[in-house]
Design a protein. Structure first.
Length: 388
């Protein structure tokens, strides 16, 4: 594969961890090709995983921002267009139509385009949600809006007890907020943990003061209050939804790129257009969408090599996920979607090890809690690769 067009250069749509990591990795290999990053937000460099454990550390949005867009631009010798939103992709002309902060539009040409668009919070729809602002925290702007309006010690209704919901529950309760969690699953991280570990996490969160309504859903929302499907009434000051993310695919789909759950890419992270690539939460690799940090970093390194003239196939070993719940440290390496097998759990109380094994005893995934988390790297080496 040839290096990017030297005149039009590389345009990266998105300034999250994917976009900025790709730019950094690219600059290690090529100092001269123009790089332009277009981002709908402020373009600050920050660690997105910190958003779900920043309250207990007393960090506001300004503190979480490590560098401004201008500082990143100087550091990497790139152009960062903050508060610019892409509204249309013209693949024939190899141009993006971009809405500027003043509302006007401009066209930006590219030699190679990389979509690092991320994902949007899954919409939460229930009777009465048009009367209540249900927040979601997916970027620094969201975090600022959520934090700025939450009074110390306030009552938080947290919808969802998955990975991010459990992290937020631990963080908010640790910061002194009265947290109530509602989720239809019978235990936290219901899709990732066997029952024994899920029950231990529930007990750990309850020990922090979190009120859990598991196996329940919200039937009605109203200002300051919610009613569950069993009739339980919950009072709250602010509501936060953490029910998952949906890859941002509309721009790609409208431009005629192949999309499924995400923007479909090959092992080079190339879309159905040879000049358009995708990585991170918006991309769907052969292993499916991978909404975690470690796969994203691997994608950025491989794509940087490919875009600078060395085609590099994406390879992903098993990559355990650390769950940021200090009340009960956990590490999870999920089995492949649709895998047939069962959990085998050893240990007791908070210190447990669960292996997801097939009928012949082959381990395909694991979940660890408490002191067993120390085994995560050794166990990861025994797990099948996500992409070989």
């Amino acid at each position: 594969m040839a290096a990017p067009d030297a005149e039009a250069g590389v345009v990266i749509l998105g300034s999250g961890l994917g976009g900025y990591t790709l730019a950094r990795e690219f600059r290690k290999l090529d100092r001269d090709t123009p790089i332009t990053i277009i981002t709908a937000d402020g373009g600050e460099a920050y660690s997105k995983p910190m958003l779900s454990n920043a309250f207990a550390q007393g960090k506001d949005a300004q503190t979480l921002a490590l560098k401004t867009a201008a500082q990143v631009a100087v550091e990497l010798c790139i152009t960062v267009l903050a508060r610019h939103r892409a509204v249309r992709l013209d693949r024939n002309a190899k141009q993006l139509v971009v809405r500027q902060p003043d509302g006007g539009e401009t066209q930006i040409a590219y030699g190679t385009l990389v979509l690092a668009l991320g994902a949007d919070p899954r919409p939460y729809n229930v009777e009465g949600n048009d009367t209540v602002r249900v927040h979601s925290v997916n970027d620094l702007d969201d975090y600022a809006a959520w934090r700025d309006g939450l009074a110390p010690g306030g009552r938080v209704l947290l919808i969802g007890a998955g990975l991010i919901g459990s992290e937020f529950a631990n963080d908010l309760a640790g910061a002194g907020y009265a947290v109530t969690v509602v989720d239809p699953a019978p235990w936290p991280l219901g899709r990732l943990l066997p029952e024994e570990l899920g029950r231990e996490l529930a007990q750990a969160l309850t020990g922090l003061g979190v009120t859990l309504h598991l196996g329940r859903s919200i039937a009605l929302l109203a200002p300051g209050g919610a009613v569950l499907d069993d009739g339980t009434a919950i009072a709250f000051d602010r509501a936060l939804s953490a029910i998952g993310l949906l890859p941002r695919v509309s721009l790609a789909a409208e431009a005629g790129l192949v999309v499924d759950k995400g923007i479909v890419v090959d092992r080079l992270l190339r879309s159905s257009d040879p000049d358009v690539f995708a990585l991170g939460d918006c991309a769907q690799t052969e292993a499916g969408p991978l909404p975690y940090v470690l796969p994203l970093m691997s994608q950025a390194r491989a794509l940087a090599a490919t875009l600078t003239g060395t085609p590099t196939m994406l390879k992903l070993p098993a990559m355990p996920v650390a769950v940021k719940t200090p009340a009960l440290p956990m590490a999870i390496c999920p089995p492949p979607p649709g895998a047939m097998g069962a959990w085998v759990v050893t240990g007791s109380n908070k210190d447990r090890k669960a292996l997801f094994t097939t009928a012949d005893g082959t381990a395909l995934g694991f979940a660890l809690s408490g002191t067993m988390v120390a085994e995560r790297q050794a166990l990861a080496k025994e797990m099948p690769a996500l992409l070989e």
